[in-house]
Design a protein around this ligand. Structure first.
Ligand code: NAI
Length: 255
């Protein structure tokens, strides 16, 4: 039986991925703030260290899969928190668990990014540079000073996608796959909160994908399950959009 750690396993996409992998016969070690095998807060250094230690203890130091789903959206209490969870909470899990993955069988890791990563300007933002340099204090300060949750979210997703792709060469040479899945709108509590938000709700409601609906967590989980499986053994370093056509609608010439 293969063993996969999943962050954000208590809700939305992470819960659907956990259910799908369990149904496929995998052992799952969920990481979340509550209702998980490993309860930890990925927004802090201490919490991330506890998450890594908890997973290593439960897995005996050997992991076959890692799926990083935990994230917060534009309604998070602060812009800094968006970066702390979506970038540093993911990059430090990848770093802390890579040794366990290297000991696993056909190991594969996956990060849930977002179509928001392609938002124009995210690449050039100073907070993006600070994230990629690993300077958490500066990155969070820049995000909090700017006070634009949409931009902080886009930058966090751009930076983690860039980071994951930067790791692909080294990880591939060690026999470990690493991919990014970039969903569009998906019906989860995170999406619902942005729909109901007085600042962002109207824009979110009006930005509809060509297929005319939001995705379901199970639809994202089906793609994740495939990418984590042996069937996808040559897929590595990829960013796979699953967005009802949203990216094609906005950026047809960019691929
Ligand atoms: P969700 O809110 O249903 O689930 C997120 C999970 O992450 C929750 O269980 C939450 O407790 C956990 N989490 C948040 N902060 C944490 C922390 N500090 N420590 C530990 N766990 C923490 O949201 P959803 O939609 O399932 O989001 C999953 C991922 O998908 C996120 O990375 C999100 O950015 C991404 N995404 C979601 C989209 C959507 O429309 N729902 C679209 C594109 C990407």
């Amino acid at each position: 039986m293969s063993v996969t750690a999943i962050s954000g396993s208590a809700s939305g996409i992470g819960a659907a991925v956990a259910a799908a992998l369990r149904a496929a016969g995998n052992e799952v070690i969920g990481i979340d703030r509550a209702d998980a095998e490993v309860v930890a807060d990925l927004s802090t250094e201490q919490g991330r260290a506890a998450a890594i230690a908890g997973v290593l203890e439960r897995s005996g130091g050997v992991l076959d899969g890692l799926v990083c789903c935990a994230g917060v959206g534009v309604t998070a209490p602060s812009c800094g928190l968006i970066l702390a969870v979506n970038y540093f909470g993911v990059s430090q899990l990848l770093e802390g668990l890579q040794g366990a993955l290297a000991r696993g069988r056909n190991p594969a890791a996956l990060v849930i990014g977002s179509v928001a990563a392609t938002q124009p300007g995210a690449e050039q933002q100073p907070m993006t540079g600070a994230m990629l340099e690993g300077d958490e204090t500066r990155a969070l300060d820049l995000a909090n000073d700017l006070g634009q949750p949409h931009l902080a979210y886009a930058c966090s997703k751009y930076a983690i996608t860039h980071h994951a792709r930067s790791l692909a060469s080294g990880w591939g040479q060690r026999g470990m796959r690493l991919n990014v899945v970039a969903p569009g709108a998906v019906q989860t509590p995170l999406h619902q909160a942005s729909l109901e938000d007085a600042r962002f709700g109207k824009a979110v409601r009006e930005f509809v994908a060509p297929l005319g609906r939001a995705g379901r967590p199970e639809e994202i989980a089906a793609l994740v399950t495939f990418l984590q499986s042996e069937q996808a053994r040559f897929v590595h370093g990829s960013v796979v959009f699953i967005d009802g056509g949203m990216d094609a609608m906005v950026r047809a010439p960019r691929f």
